[in-house]
Design a protein around this ligand. Structure first.
Ligand SMILES: Nc1ncnc2c1ncn2[C@@H]1O[C@H](COP(=O)(O)OP(=O)(O)OP(=O)(O)O)[C@@H](O)[C@H]1O
Ligand SMILES: [Mg+2]
Length: 255
């Protein structure tokens, strides 16, 4: 399929005796906003960690735009996996702009040799990264915060900065881990708009989120995970109507 962006084939991972990814197969196409839902400990973040290369799978394969993904985090970021972190992982004592500049796919400062040998090209690449950062921050209504130290921003804005930093990576696959947790009001609306726009621009977006109304509003489809397994993929309505899944999620099973 030509517009397939991400494909997982039979991905498995265990930590000690605990199976956290149990033969996961999944496919995302350009324009998809796939919701990834399920109870705490289901393996949602672990799946993102496997896709983005923080962990290597014990078995199975992951493809990005038809190419086998391998190697650690930075290699996969460069290949085009952009992600956020459930606990943000911002450099809290650095400015927003400094945080943004660790996000591009191929920032020249990554290579000392290149920085020394091609100073003109490096300067141009740095200027381009800064321009992109300003554009992303403008889209979020946060251009005025570029020189603010992250810790001085309200929590909701810090969450937006976490997503903004991920958007510095212009790859085709965007993974968002609980972007709405603690986000309200205008920041919530901004987050919705950004996710919609990213999908419309041709990315494949996967969102882990416990906020079911956010998932309902935005996601084209959702996947329900429990104990490292995908139990069902379908429309958000189908998943939230399923008695079996809501019992698993909310623990409301009649005992
Ligand atoms: N590095 C690790 N070493 C050992 N076990 C881990 C590690 N990372 C995650 N786990 C375990 O894997 C399981 C899945 O955790 P994960 O963080 O992926 O869940 P989650 O679905 O993201 O939950 P939540 O909704 O609470 O964020 C849990 O049992 C967790 O304890
Ligand atoms: Mg998680």
């Amino acid at each position: 399929m030509s517009d397939e962006i991400l494909r997982l084939e039979n991905v498995c991972k265990r930590f000690g005796g605990v199976v956290v990814a149990d033969n996961i197969s999944l496919s995302l196409r350009a324009g998809d906003v796939l919701g990834l839902i399920g109870p705490n400990g289901a393996g949602k973040t672990t799946l993102f960690n496997l896709i983005s290369g923080l962990f290597q799978p014990d078995a199975g394969r992951i493809y990005l735009e038809g190419r086998l993904l391998a190697g650690p985090l930075h290699r996969r970021a460069r290949a085009g996996i952009a992600r956020t972190w459930q606990h943000m992982r911002l450099f809290r004592s650095m400015t927003v702009m400094e945080n943004m500049l660790v996000g591009p796919r191929d920032y020249p400062g990554e290579s000392m040799l290149r920085s020394m040998a091609w100073t003109g090209a490096v300067r141009r690449a740095e200027a381009a990264a800064r321009d992109r950062a300003v554009q992303v921050l403008e889209r979020m209504g946060l251009a005025g915060a570029a020189d603010t130290v992250v810790v001085d921003l309200p929590f909701g804005q810090q969450k937006l900065i976490g997503v903004a930093r991920a958007l510095m990576n212009d790859g085709r696959c965007l993974l968002l881990d609980e972007p709405m947790a603690g986000v309200e009001g205008s920041n919530y609306e901004t987050m919705q708009r950004i996710v919609r726009d990213e999908a419309a621009s041709g990315r494949a977006v996967c969102v882990v989120e416990h906020n079911v109304s956010f998932i309902k509003d935005l996601c084209t489809e959702a996947v329900f995970m429990s104990y490292g397994r995908i139990l069902q993929r379908g429309s958000v309505d189908d998943l939230t109507r399923s008695r079996e899944l809501t019992d698993l999620y909310f623990g409301t099973a009649d005992a």
